[in-house]
Design a binder for this molecule. Structure first.
Ligand SMILES: [Zn+2]
Length: 415
């Protein structure tokens, strides 16, 4: 049975008003890191009321010892902060899929109205509207549309709604460590209907240089850690040039003139204007393509600093990576999961291309750690995420739900 896009659109439209309310309800929960429980409880109740058999999946605190774990300033126990998972069993014989999205959001920042949702001019405004509660609603709409149309899927659909995507993917990491498998994974994020079978990776680093303190009057007998950091910065920006040069025109990322980058994000050092600084700490990030992995980028950062002619620097620095680290990944763009979802988007009238995303999300964990064919697809545009006035065009949420319903039906097979 090949599902007609108009039928799917009709089934989704019939639930549009209710689904918009799901989204505004979800936005009102400020589900920043550590505060996800109420939003998850709402989502669980909502799913159960829709007949979707979702259960909490607790995250053990031992996940913090995992080498892939991303530490953060606000990290806290996982007791009472579960992921939400459920399997919609197929009738058998079809391909299975995981549909994944996240319920955590970044903080409000300066935006006073972040958690006061409003609907205006066809948009839903609020923190998480696009990233990623609107995507969660898109998944629910797609599943309900299939059910409303009486479609019986052959393959299983596993829904996974996780926490801590924004701090590096610890929720998804826990699910993967608990064991998850499927014939394909669709991570639903705001891609504006683009199908991304590859993502760039991101590695945050912390670099510490040390010197020898003294009163400024004896500066020439001391060693200034800030000046050592300036030399280290020069080396790192030199590395950025090589990183860009070796990444241009990499397949699926050809459209980006500067597909990768090294950003110096924070720096602090010294204690007093007339004192020679004995310590300086810089934190920054490296974006990289699937032509490298995390281990290689770490080696290259070390090599960049070791390339300095400054012997003191080479002997007095520490590089560490305690915070966000997400690998890059690529799935063959000809993989049937990719072509199926892309065909579904086009069939439903979307403008959609297949290429690499210069953003990282949970997808790489499924691709690299679980070894599953993975892509990212969803409504809206990531541009407004993490900013004030984050919003989602409601029609796009409905349209992405059409693609997912059609794509999942074709991937899993129907009876
Ligand atoms: Zn997201």
């Amino acid at each position: 049975m090949s599902l007609n896009c108009d039928q799917i659109a009709g089934a989704i439209a019939a639930r549009s008003d209710a689904a918009q309310k799901w989204l505004t309800d979800m936005i009102a929960f400020p589900s920043t890191q550590g505060q996800e429980a109420e939003a998850m409880a709402y989502l669980k109740d909502l799913c159960l009321s829709l007949g979707l058999p979702m259960e909490y999946r607790e995250i053990p605190d031992s996940i913090m010892e995992d080498p892939e774990y991303c530490h953060s300033d606000d990290e806290t126990s996982y007791v009472g902060r579960p992921n939400l998972v459920g399997v919609l069993k197929g009738s058998g014989g079809g391909r299975s899929v995981i549909l994944q999205s996240h319920m955590d959001v970044v903080p409000a920042g300066e935006w006073a109205e972040a958690f006061t949702p409003r609907v205006e001019g066809g948009y839903v405004y609020g923190r998480g509207s696009t990233d990623c509660k609107g995507c969660v609603v898109t998944v629910l709409l797609a599943m309900m549309a299939l059910r409303d149309l009486g479609v019986t899927l052959a393959g299983d659909v596993e829904l996974q709604f996780v926490i801590e995507e924004e701090v590096g993917g610890n929720g998804a990491l826990a699910l993967i460590r608990q064991g998850c498998s499927a014939d394909g994974v669709i991570v639903v994020e705001a891609t504006g209907h683009q199908v991304y079978p590859a993502n760039r990776g991101a590695l945050w680093f912390r670099l510490r240089t040390t010197g020898v303190s003294a009163h400024m009057g004896r500066r020439h007998e001391a060693v200034n850690a800030i000046e050592k950091m300036m030399e280290a910065s020069r080396c790192l920006l030199e590395y950025e040039r090589e990183l860009i040069a070796s990444s241009r025109n990499y397949p699926l990322f050809e459209r980006y003139e500067n597909p990768v980058q090294l950003n110096i994000g924070m720096i602090r050092g010294g204690a007093w204007p007339s004192m020679v600084a004995d310590e300086c700490v810089m934190e920054g990030g490296v974006g990289f393509l699937p032509n490298r992995d995390l281990a290689q980028v770490k080696r290259e950062l070390v090599a960049a600093i070791e390339s300095s002619p400054d012997q003191w620097l080479r002997e007095h620095y520490e590089l560490s990576y305690p915070r966000l680290h997400k690998d890059a990944y690529e799935t063959d763009p000809q993989h049937p999961l990719v072509t199926t979802v892309h065909r579904a988007a086009l069939a439903c009238g979307r403008e959609s291309e297949v290429y690499g995303w210069n953003v990282s999300c949970d997808a790489a964990l499924y691709a690299k750690l679980a070894g599953l064919p993975t892509l990212v697809y969803g409504p809206s545009d990531i541009g407004g995420a993490h900013s004030a006035d984050e919003k989602i065009q409601w029609s796009q949420a409905l349209e992405a739900a059409q693609t997912l319903a059609k794509g999942v039906a074709e991937w899993c097979g129907t009876h």
